[in-house]
Write a protein that binds this ligand. Structure first.
Ligand SMILES: C[S@@+](CC[C@H](N)C(=O)[O-])C[C@H]1O[C@@H](n2cnc3c(N)ncnc32)[C@H](O)[C@@H]1O
Length: 373
């Protein structure tokens, strides 16, 4: 990668980011910041979801099957009211749509008036803070992160079950698992990592929302199953209709192909309704891009088939009590029994800045510079 740097300003501090061309090429590996965890949705991000056919088919199928006659609560309807309108058009009895971003609320209210007069009530605020007059029998919440639980959906649904839903209410989506495997980003991006110029404002917005520079979660677009070099395992299993939220645990990945490894790839296996079609976001391109979690090793290790990566995965709520932080600790065990200790983390906010090899390559080695004394 050439040394094209752009300056980022966050509060009183600035840093620089390595640029990888003007726009991402969807057919080649490229980096995207993970943005869904933060209140930074704009028309471009909403449009990406509106145009995401595989995602929308899974949600639509689950809603059309379960909405007729139901009282529906949609959490996070966005400006387009996609799922609330779908529920109303499928014969829902009543629909309440909660949205936290003011601009999105305004647009959603206009749409509700025009497209389903008297059938959809839009409520402004966070679902975890608002009080609603009635309990619902069906809850739709597309708060699924690129790591399934990273947008805080487990806590939001727990709260909704306590305060907004009837006993036995159904939730869409039904289940979201986050899978993991070993990858080598250095091989996927031999020219070195960088952020496409058009995405730099999102990187800056994530830092602002998180309160400063940190090793933000990065996703990789333009890749598929041929990128992974090991067996797969699950790091999270959210079963919203069984009240089972398994987050973390032991992860054991056995190398299936020889080659270098410098990180983990995380992606989703999502079920809109029990027994419905499943969506695997590494097999099918969606707006949920796989997350790349850099391993804390000085340089990629070369492994052989049969070598094993063993990690203890923990998921703890970050300071806001909603969004989880994910940490990985363990080792790479080779066939000759040599072990290389490894750690990794994928946090919501506030970790060290440029601690991982990826973030050092992306943001350079120097400390943030104070703009004002
Ligand atoms: C991923 S977008 C989904 C938008 C739309 N439902 C869709 O599927 O295209 C999530 C939306 O939920 C909103 N949101 C996130 N958490 C929320 C909460 N706890 N209460 C209300 N709105 C929330 C965000 O502002 C955003 O508009």
């Amino acid at each position: 990668m050439g040394s094209e740097w752009e300056t980022l300003v966050v509060g009183d501090h600035q840093a620089r980011v390595n640029i990888a061309g003007p726009v991402p090429d969807p057919d080649r590996p490229h980096l995207w910041p993970s943005v869904g965890e933060y209140p930074i949705y704009d028309a471009f991000l909403y449009h990406a979801m509106l145009a995401d056919r595989p995602r929308n088919e899974v949600f639509r199928d689950a809603i059309v099957q379960q909405a007729p006659g139901a009282t529906v609560l949609e959490i996070g309807c966005g400006p387009d009211l996609l799922w609330s309108l779908c529920a109303a058009e499928s014969g829902a009895d009543r629909v309440v749509s909660v949205e936290s971003l003011d601009d999105s609320v305004r647009r959603a209210e206009e749409l509700a008036r025009d497209r389903a007069p008297g059938r959809i009530s839009v409520v402004a605020g966070l679902s975890t803070e608002v009080t609603l007059p009635d309990r619902a029998g069906l809850c739709i919440a597309e708060l699924v992160g690129c790591i399934g639980g990273s947008e805080g959906m487990a806590r939001v649904i727990e709260d909704a079950r306590r305060r907004h839903l009837s006993p036995g209410a159904r939730v869409v989506p039904h289940r979201v698992r986050t899978l993991a495997a070993a990858v080598c980003l250095a091989d996927l991006m031999p020219e070195g990592p960088g952020v496409p110029e058009i995405l730099v404002p999102y990187v800056e917005s994530v830092f602002r929302a998180a309160g400063g520079f940190f090793d933000l979660r990065m996703c990789v677009g333009g890749i598929g199953y041929d990128a992974i070099r090991s067996t797969t395992g699950a790091i999270e299993d959210l079963r919203f209709n069984d009240g089972v939220y398994e987050q973390g645990g032991d992860l054991r990945l056995t190398m299936t192909r020889p080659g270098r490894v410098d990180g983990l790839l995380l992606w989703l296996d999502l079920e809109g309704r029990a027994g419905g079609e499943r969506l695997d976001t590494l097999a099918t391109r969606t707006s949920w891009l796989p997350v790349y979690v850099p391993l804390q090793i000085p340089e990629p290790v070369t492994l052989d088939p049969g070598d094993v990566i063993e990690l203890r995965v923990t998921s703890e709520l970050s300071a806001d009590g909603i969004h989880p932080d994910y940490r990985f600790t363990g080792s790479v065990r080779r066939a000759d029994c040599r072990r290389v200790p490894v750690t990794a983390e994928s946090l919501y906010a506030g970790s060290a800045f440029r601690r991982s090899p990826l973030h050092e390559a992306l943001f350079g080695a120097a400390e943030p510079v104070a703009v004002r004394a």
